[in-house]
Design a protein around this ligand. Structure first.
Ligand SMILES: C[S@@+](CC[C@H](N)C(=O)[O-])C[C@H]1O[C@@H](n2cnc3c(N)ncnc32)[C@H](O)[C@@H]1O
Length: 201
């Protein structure tokens, strides 16, 4: 009971911190539209296979992957376990950060994966609107169009040639910044979804 209250308090305090900055108000409003929802595991497998076959994702390389809004951490965990590259997750909700850390701890304890591989995962508790993405080769996002329009300044920091993967929603009005390279149409579970792969110009 006390633990739940503590979590709720941490969440309220982190949102209050955001609200103290006027500029953040509009962004925060756009975020309210984005409930936590996971990319389906079936889709994840297809997305990473596409990155490997079409976009030069190399296992155990020095490439960098980031998930903007990493939720429970499942995308970065999948990336580290299956591809052995540095996998970073940025998440604004401190409870989801705790959940992701807990999953990683369980994996470490269960010896399911080598500690060295799990050590490639980094979780950042923070706001992806504040990031500089110059070091990343693969940038994953599962967000809403309402938020995407505020991401232009963040995307300007991405190095030319990096791959941006947007699950479910295409980017609009990013001409001169992003070039759509591939559309992956998923099927299954009676629901269809699309993932969009862009090249940073
Ligand atoms: C649709 S979920 C996707 C979760 C995960 N990437 C996946 O695909 O399974 C979007 C996540 O973005 C987080 N989020 C929303 N706004 C954010 C921001 N400004 N900075 C960091 N994370 C944010 C939400 O809390 C939520 O967990």
């Amino acid at each position: 009971m006390y633990k739940i209250l503590e979590y709720e308090l941490i969440k309220v305090l982190s949102y209050m911190k955001l609200l103290m900055n006027k500029k953040n108000l509009i962004k925060l409003y756009s975020q309210l539209d984005l409930p936590f929802q996971e990319t389906k595991q079936l889709y994840l497998k297809e997305i990473f296979k596409t990155l490997e076959s079409k976009f030069d994702l190399q296992k155990n390389s020095t490439q960098f992957f980031i998930d903007l809004g990493s939720g429970s951490g499942q995308v970065i965990i999948y990336c580290a376990l299956n591809y052995g590259i540095r996998s970073i997750g940025v998440e604004i909700d401190p409870i989801l950060i705790k959940e992701a850390k807990y999953s990683i701890r369980l994996l470490k304890k269960s010896n399911y994966a080598k500690k060295k591989v799990l050590g490639k995962i980094t979780l950042i508790s923070g706001d992806f609107f504040e990031l500089n993405l110059k070091d990343y080769d693969f940038i994953y996002i599962f967000s809403l169009p309402t938020m995407q329009k505020y991401l232009r300044h963040v995307f300007q920091t991405i190095k030319s040639g990096a791959i941006i993967i947007s699950h479910r929603h295409p980017f609009r009005n990013f001409k001169g910044c992003l070039d759509l390279k591939f559309k992956l149409e998923h099927e299954g579970d009676n629901q269809e979804a699309t993932t969009y792969f862009y090249n940073k110009l």
